[in-house]
Ligand binder design. Sequence first.
Ligand code: GAL
Length: 986
Amino acid sequence: MVALSKIALLAAAAHAAVIQRDAPAGPKIRQTGNGQNVVTWDQYSFYVNGGRVMIYSGEVHPFRNPVQDLHLDILQKIKALGFNAVSIYVHWGIVEYERGKFNWDGVFDLQPFFDAAKAAGLWVIARPGPYINAESAGGGLPGWGARVEGQWRNSNPNYTAAWQAYIDSVGKIIAKNQITKGGPVILAQPENEYSGFMEPDGSLNPNEDTEYERLLLEAFDNAGIEVPTVCNDAWIGGHFTSVDVYGYDNYPAGFNCQDPLSWPDPPDYFYASHKDVAPNTPNAILEFQGGSFDSWGGYGFEQCYKLIGPEMVRVYNKNTYASATHLLNIYMIYGGTNWGHLSNPGGYSSYDYAAAIAEDRTLREKYYELKLQANFLAVSPAYLTSAPVDVQRFPTAGSNITITELLDQVGGTQRFYIVRQTKPAETTDSAFSVDIETSIGKKTVPQLGSAQYVLPAHDSKIIVTDYPAGDVHVLYSTLEIMTWKVIDGRTVILLYANTGESGEIAIRTGTAYKVDVRRGKASTVTSKRTSMVLTLQVVVGHETVVALGEDILLYVVDRVNAYNFWVPDVNLKQELPVIIKGGYLLRTAAFSGNTLSLTGDTNRTTVFEIIAPKKAQAYTWNGARLDTSLTRHGTQEGRYRTRTPRVDIPDLARLKWKYIDSLPEVSGSYDDSKWVTADHTYTHNKIKPTTPVILYASDYGFHSGNILWRGHFTAAGGETTFNLTIQGGNAFAYSVWDGDEYLGSFRGAPAPSAHNGSYMLAGPWKPGSSHVITILQDHMGLEQNWFGGEENFKSFRGLSDYSFGGATPMLKHWKVTGNLGGEKFADWARGGYNEGGLYAVRKGFHLPGLDDSKWDSKSPLKGINGPGIEFYRTTFTLNVPNGVDYPMSIDFGSRTNKSLRVEIYVNGWQFGKYTDDIGPQTSFPVPQGILNYKGENTLALSLWSLEEGGAALATIDLVVRSEVEGGVGSVRNSPGPSYTARAGSY
Ligand code: GAL
């Protein structure tokens, strides 16, 4: 999450737009390191293997998807957008949960991700931190950092000693996956948003710690990283410019999911500021808004999607092209899940992010909009050397249009005009015309028909001039280009607009082509020919196909139909000159002999159209022969009937559920002697408590889930109340007992992260009597640490103060527990964050394979009678056939506004934390691989009632969220041990 103070800093970074022209310069290679020359750059763009590239990338966090076999699914979906890269963060705190001991095994191994990226044909931008932010626990910093004195994210030697082993460890993994070693990694980013800085006393410091930056770059070098380094400044503030290529982030639509049309005005373009800060490197946006986070008590991602949907992609992404952005990484393209307590307190289990690819891996409309844009840029190489040269306004009555003109600085002729509403939040359509420069002089478009175009609200368009599509010279096009291909010598151009709009394409040619409408209504096409130019105007319907002799085939389609087209190889080398229409997703296309083999996903009966060279004689879809017939314009069409068989989904509410009490700690006989004794008298935390011993969980190695405290006292006599100041992070709750008497709870609310409570004891204490105060609290995740030098991630979870009213007892000792073993956690396969401190979880009862036959039967819909914790288990089997992708979720239906907190464990993996009265999340996607799709599953739930009257779930369902045929192929279950009795557990 972005700190408030960051927003203030952003506002202060306003800048004036100045138009500049570039002087050409030769490509640069990495400034330090081993002098590799595979990834280079000049002031316009990167080059990979000597060729200029637009790096169009999407952010994915491998740590938010613990099923290695699903990475390829997500990465193929990103590749199918026309993107060529993926960017990743690595979360230090997960892999070095215990200081000095790295967990790169099983689901934490990065190698399967790198291999999948390579298999999908994507490059990787590796961003290992040490700090990442990412709405993640500690922003990536490890929990044990709470016991490291002093400031973090600067050159404090204690901090340096803390991160060096990690950067060495992750750096070597990245290094061996570099493109120079045959791997996919092309760029590496130390730190993240190293942009705001703090003094030890908390005051802001305008200067970054350049020694820290130097140490990080040196550590990258020492680990063998030789690809260019990049940074991600929080705005174009000129921080961390010692990297090879300066970059910055931008979230122009804001995060106001409450008010989905609150779009702020974007700057005309960032180009001038980019030129001020980094004139010799490409304009690189390392994070560009691809969705939004949401917090406890928030609005849910479907609501956020209204703010950050396809319209946002049209308006704001195109505005970044107007700034000649040549590295663009969409944050997030796939968000994933904060499974196993991976969130910071600002977020809940879902990190869907309202991204183009939803948490359950289904595709949103935004995905298809991005595909149109990324495909266009991939076949428009002049964009890579273009820069903005002019901004036109079109201020006529009722219309308010901004048009940015880009000119190719190297070729000197091609132009791109990016047309948008001046105010993105505008709700009325605006009429406009554009003055364009072409190789045959200035023109005002439209040229044919009506005098003006209409730009709908929340829309933006790109008009091109002197645009080469193979050998075809497009003089201009006001229809947007999705792609073009030269297929057997004929140029196929795919053009689109909104239904009912008219647009023009003018081709500079001496040939007197006959305009032959092969599909669609001939009456929607008007043409005008001069000796040099053929201009066509088309009123856009579903699909119009126009042949111009044997040389040119134009598809003019409406936007929704344009979504149906896939270009399996956007490479301009025309190695695979194929365009496919149809299907939910096209994953791969390849020739084997004369057979064109296609793989992908369908969700309904699909008529494929295959636009391919004549060499293709036969076609297969997912291995099955596709019968096709010839169309009037020389392409092939074939119908495919999708099969999505019904599967038996168990009714979770009717299963046999077993349960136990999971709060034995409040029974009189409970023995906590195996718990950690909280006896420290010094904390490295800047906030020094008033308590006689330190009661901060991280000081004792507990960083996630529930924390339990037990204070043992001998009464002075007459104690009547227990008062405390306790902190757990936003939306946290806690309950307090005196012996086995329940004293009360703080139910929590979205914002408060701390609470002062006062509770009546169970009758005045008798002199000399022994008492145990038990406190069960939530740990909502470690805070982030946005400012360099800040120590916010050390924010304590526990008590900073307590007292008694009436009299003051004598403290015997305090005991604390969180997850079993703390930093020496019990479950290496699922990682340190997966478990919290509840009794049943400490015992491993959330794991599959436990014999719970002696437990009593009760359904979580019956629930718990009073305050406390119960732990429920059930099993069920699934048998989902191969060849389909049926993502599922566990849904709790409507909330009852009871103070009930539930943790969901699926086959031992914590895949959801539900707060009935705070919300908003009620549906918890659980991926295949965590759910066993071919056999038995164990579902366990902890129910924590903070109500005297108890609480129960209203409904519980296993829901199939989408049914497609196809999918990524076999998905193995993530390796995780079954239950065995845990030695030393308590
Ligand atoms: C950025 C940050 C990311 C993430 C994002 C909001 O400022 O670099 O890590 O926190 O904000 O989702």
